[in-house]
Design a protein around this ligand. Structure first.
Ligand code: PLP
Length: 455
């Protein structure tokens, strides 16, 4: 069959991102997707799945949107590519940078484009260091991120990432990265406040120990995604903004998952009413229809760059501001606005909260259900009361995922530091009925695994 043929070629020639090379060699690809529509993905053998993760937290407007295909085709037929280096420009990148300025909070009015999130974070890191250098403070070069942060896999962004496994993949990281503690996920309201205080106190101690005048910027996902879907406790991000101001450290919000409606607000940071000095975006900016990322820079920083710059900014990618990617992004952002998807994310988020609560009530293993809009997760525990984890050899979260798959739902598990976290993040076009359908599959899957565990 075609599937067998493709699977053999895949095994032989295709090194997959973030994959087990040995498993890949043994089994080949489990799914070969052929097309998608709305929240659904179809697989070559005829199976149909709900894409409960919007693929990689990115297909915000759902699959199979012909409008984006048309815009891409039009742009490709007129000007597929031209450079944006130096004095060259073109309308799609100009219009998109204006659009982002209108959407972004505060004075984040200037965009630098990349092909994805990792490049956006690397660019942000280089731009803040460049900024301090121009201000005659080259010693401000350390980047403070957080434990369990995920910022990507290029050299700078993987160094900013705070997940051990990504660091251990290679032998040396970029210098001048430091890691503040992250708030802990899944604590009760009162527990959260304690963690909050400890976390802030330890962050201050870290800054004092390193020397505040050596730190260029703090980079943080408003909600830590790949590291465990950690929604920060009340006041934490506001306090971090204050600390940054106090020490003159720039605040970079990594909105690569949380941007463009995912959390029920246009940007995640707006849940806490603070404005960062820079913001990185990717994923939902095109809903994955083209690769694109951006660094949004405040007028204040951009103004300093204009004032102090002495020549060329020696930073830029061939595809910085790719015309077709920018045209697709503009259309995608228009769809998000016209279809009220930020609002839908908020409304469906309320359904999610109800469903998560019910899941906890119905299942002895489930606790710490949490969501903001359509960014959600819950935990599986051997003893939820005492937050006692299952032995990792039981692979409980993987088994729940497998059972979900058997009933047509794709989700993701997060197992760093022994956790059994199930992440859920469907396209923002999801309906109430579809939310119900997803959670009934989840509930059945958890129930089936619980039965196995009881036997
Ligand atoms: N930052 C965050 C918060 C992410 O979730 C990701 C990707 O998952 C990245 C950065 C890296 O983006 P990309 O994979 O487009 O390079």
């Amino acid at each position: 069959s075609l599937k067998t043929e493709l699977a053999e070629l895949d095994k032989r020639h295709f090194m997959h991102p973030t994959s087990s090379i040995q498993m890949q060699q043994k089994n080949g690809p489990e799914f070969i997707f052929t097309n998608g529509e709305g929240i659904y993905l179809n697989e070559i053998s005829g199976r149909k799945f709900i894409d409960g993760m919007s693929s990689l937290w990115n297909v915000n407007i759902g699959h199979g949107r012909q409008e984006l295909g048309r815009v891409a085709s039009e742009q490709m037929s007129t000007l597929a590519f031209s450079s944006a280096f130096s004095t060259y420009s073109h309308e799609p990148a100009i219009r998109l940078s204006k659009k982002l300025s209108d959407m972004a909070p505060g004075d984040l009015n200037v965009s630098f484009f990349t092909s994805g999130g990792s490049e956006a974070n690397d660019s942000a890191i280089k731009i803040v260091r460049h900024y301090w250098k121009l201000l005659n403070k080259p010693e401000r070069k350390k980047i403070m991120s957080r434990k369990l942060a995920y910022h990507g896999v290029s050299m700078g962004s993987t160094s900013a990432t705070g997940i051990k496994e990504f660091h251990e993949m290679t032998t040396s990281l970029a210098p001048d990265f430091i890691y503040a503690p992250a708030p802990k996920p899944g604590m009760s309201e009162s527990g959260n406040e304690t963690v909050n205080l400890i976390c802030i106190k330890e962050t201050r101690e870290l800054i004092e120990r390193e020397g505040p005048e050596t730190i260029a910027a703090f980079i943080a996902e408003p909600i830590q995604g790949a590291g465990g879907m950690i929604i920060p406790p009340k006041g934490y991000l506001q306090e971090m903004r204050k600390i940054c101001d106090e020490y003159g450290i720039l605040f970079i919000a990594d909105e690569i998952i949380t941007g463009f409606g995912r959390t029920g607000k246009l940007f995640g940071i707006e849940n806490w009413d603070i404005v960062p000095d820079m913001m990185t975006v990717a994923k939902g900016i095109t809903s994955g229809y083209m690769p694109l990322g951006a660094v949004l820079i405040s007028d204040r920083i951009h103004g300093e760059l204009i004032k102090s710059s002495k020549g060329t900014l020696f930073h830029g990618f061939t595809y910085s501001g790719h015309p077709t990617a920018c045209a697709v992004a503009l259309k995608n952002l228009e769809i998000i606005e016209e279809e009220g998807l930020v609002e839908n994310s908020k409304i469906m988020g309320k359904e999610f909260a109800k469903e998560l609560k019910q899941l906890e009530e119905e299942h002895w293993t489930v606790a710490d259900g949490r969501n903001l809009g359509l960014l959600a997760a819950f935990e599986l525990y051997e003893d939820p009361q005492n937050r006692k984890r299952f032995d990792s050899s039981l692979a409980v979260s993987k088994r729940v995922l497998q059972k979900c798959l058997e009933h047509g739902l794709i989700l993701r598990s997060i197992t760093y530091e022994g956790s059994d976290t199930i992440a859920i993040a469907p396209p923002l076009i999801i309906t109430k009925e579809e939310v119900g359908k997803m959670f009934s599959i989840i509930s059945n899957a958890v129930g089936a695994v619980e039965k196995e565990l009881e036997n």
